[in-house]
Every structure is written in structure tokens, then in C-alpha cells.
Design a protein around this ligand. Structure first.
Ligand SMILES: Nc1ncnc2c1ncn2[C@@H]1O[C@H](COP(=O)(O)OP(=O)(O)O)[C@@H](O)[C@H]1O
Ligand SMILES: [Mg+2]
Length: 286
């Protein structure tokens, strides 16, 4: 076995996927839109390595609607049998979208949200991470105990905001709270609808939010609302639209960052370290 083959085999054995939490201070900022389209973009570019979405908006989750899929099973069923849960049973509770993305749906009724308990949620995340390269988690607006648990566990957090004053004010507060909790480093701001008419310009966001390099996803009401209403992600149906291209760029950055971290040698030589730093400087975003 060559060194490269050995590294791949080792990686397959100790595989743990990457957990990406999609958060936001205000409802309607575009978290579900980003979660669904980013997951499908990752699946398209990375078809060998499965992607799943955990709909952690446990009261009013609408990932199933956004993908036009319906499941008889939700995370409520998973919680009912959590003590004896194994990988095979968990897989049978996931719904497969035709893009290859799998979804663990939110409960059908808001009153069932409380049945998702912290230990169970932790176990489900670990099991999903052992089976998928990317676990995208859509969350409800603001902080709740479960959203905080997810943010703590996530490898990366995308904080979605728009250019509306109220959204920026709340996002700033949320980011400040994450600084206090020591979790700010893994957060990257995503300015959604960045080309919308607003008193605040997209170029002001780095200063306002203390974020050097936010991602910008443009405003395209026709494409996005039609996509949500029809349940067909725009990265599939409107691949040439600007909004689609920007989401695909985010997916590409995630993929190249993961490739670098997975195949980074444990004991790099001096020259290898320099090469890694150079490549890492171009592609890592935190
Ligand atoms: N980039 C965008 N351009 C135009 N409209 C958008 C964009 N992203 C989201 N929207 C619209 O914003 C609304 C809320 O989106 P959604 O993803 O459901 O937000 P959240 O999950 O944060 O509540 C939807 O009606 C959607 O069409
Ligand atoms: Mg949502």
C-alpha cells in the first residue's frame, strides 16, 4: 500500500463528518434556503461522500417542504427508541432526496419539540457524523438550549443575516454573545439578499459586525421564492443564477478545506508545512 492509499484507508476508519450549523438571529433571514441549497450543492460536487440535513427547527421545521419530500418518520421516532438506536435503524428514519441528500425531519407537531432531549440529540449528531461527510443543521431563529448545544458541537457555524437594520442589530448581539461563550472563532457571517435595497450597504458589514470576510448571497426573490414554493432547490433548477453560483462557491470552499484537513500529514516536513500554510491561507476561511 502506498503512503497515499494508507492515508485514505486510515481516514475511512476514523471517519467523522463535518457539522455545519446554519443559524440566525431573526426568522426569515434565509437559513432554510441556505441549508437546503448548500446541502444539495455539496452532494452534487461530492457525490461519493454523503450529505445529510438535520432539521433542528424542532417546532416549525420546513426542510421537508423546501425539498418537496415527506416522511412518515421524524426525529420524534428516533427519540422514542434512542436507547437502542443503531446506525441501521437511524438510516431507515432518513428520507432520501433525489439529489442524494438525506434528511432527518423535524417532528410534525410543535408540542413534540420537547421530546428531543440533550443526550439523545448528542447521540443522533454523533451517529449522523459517523455516516456522512457533511451534516448540515438548520436551526430556529435566535438562541435556545438546543441551538446552543448544536453551535457548541458544530465545526462551523454560518450566521445568516440580511441588510435590514433589525437583522443586523440582532446579529451583532448574537455574535457578541458567542464571543462571551468563546465560540466566535468558528462562526462565519453570511449576508443573504446582499444586493437588496437598504440603508446599510453590503460593504459596511465587515465593520458593523467585525467580520473580515463574510459570504455574500445576492437578492433574487423570483428564483428563491419559486424554488421554496415548488420544493426544488435553485442550485438544481437555476444553476446559472447568481444566487446559485454564490451558494456553490461556499460549498467549494468547504470541500477544499476538508480535503486539506483530511489529508494533512501528521508529521509534516518543513517544506510540506510551508506548502500547507500557503494553500491553507488561500482556502481556509476561519
Ligand atoms: N437570496 C434571497 N433572495 C431573495 N429572497 C430570499 C433569499 N433568501 C431567502 N429569501 C426569501 O426569504 C424568505 C425566508 O427564507 P427562509 O429560508 O425560509 O428563512 P428562515 O429559514 O431564516 O426563516 C423566503 O420567502 C425566501 O423566498
Ligand atoms: Mg427556516
Amino acid at each position: 500500500m502506498t503512503g497515499g492509499e494508507k492515508a485514505i484507508a486510515e481516514h475511512e476508519q476514523n471517519k467523522r463528518g463535518e457539522m455545519i450549523a446554519i443559524c440566525g438571529a431573526k426568522g426569515g433571514n434565509g437559513r432554510t434556503t441556505l441549508a437546503v441549497n448548500l446541502a444539495v450543492a455539496l452532494a452534487k460536487k461530492n457525490s461519493k461522500n454523503p450529505t445529510c440535513i438535520l432539521d433542528a427547527d424542532f417546532q416549525f421545521g420546513d426542510v421537508g417542504l423546501a425539498l418537496d419530500i415527506h416522511s412518515t418518520f421524524t426525529i420524534k421516532d428516533v427519540m422514542d427508541g434512542i436507547d437502542t438506536l443503531d446506525n441501521l435503524t437511524l438510516s431507515s428514519y432518513l428520507i432520501r432526496h433525489n439529489s442524494g441528500v438525506k434528511v432527518l425531519a423535524a417532528p410534525e407537531r410543535p408540542e413534540h419539540a420537547d421530546l428531543v432531549l440533550p443526550n439523545g440529540l448528542d447521540k443522533v449528531c454523533d451517529m449522523l457524523l459517523s455516516q456522512h461527510d457533511y451534516v448540515i443543521v438548520d436551526t430556529p431563529a435566535g438562541f435556545s438550549d438546543k441551538t446552543l448545544q448544536i453551535i457548541e458541537k458544530a465545526d462551523s457555524v454560518f450566521m445568516v443575516t440580511t441588510l435590514e437594520i433589525a437583522a443586523i442589530k440582532s446579529t451583532k448581539l448574537m455574535l457578541e454573545t458567542l464571543v462571551l461563550l468563546g465560540l466566535r472563532e468558528k462562526v462565519r457571517v453570511v449576508v443573504n439578499r446582499s444586493t437588496m435595497d437598504s440603508m446599510v450597504k453590503a460593504s459596511d458589514i465587515p465593520d458593523f459586525l467585525g467580520e473580515d470576510m463574510p459570504f455574500y448571497v445576492p437578492n433574487d426573490y423570483d428564483v428563491v421564492s419559486q424554488s421554496l414554493n415548488n420544493g426544488i432547490p435553485f442550485v438544481l433548477k437555476n444553476g446559472k443564477s447568481e444566487v446559485s453560483k454564490e451558494v456553490c462557491k461556499i460549498a467549494e470552499q468547504l470541500i477544499s478545506r476538508r480535503q486539506i484537513s483530511v489529508f494533512k500529514p501528521k508529521h509534516a516536513s518543513f517544506i510540506q508545512s510551508i506548502i500547507q500554510r500557503t494553500i491553507g491561507g488561500n482556502t481556509s476561511f476561519f
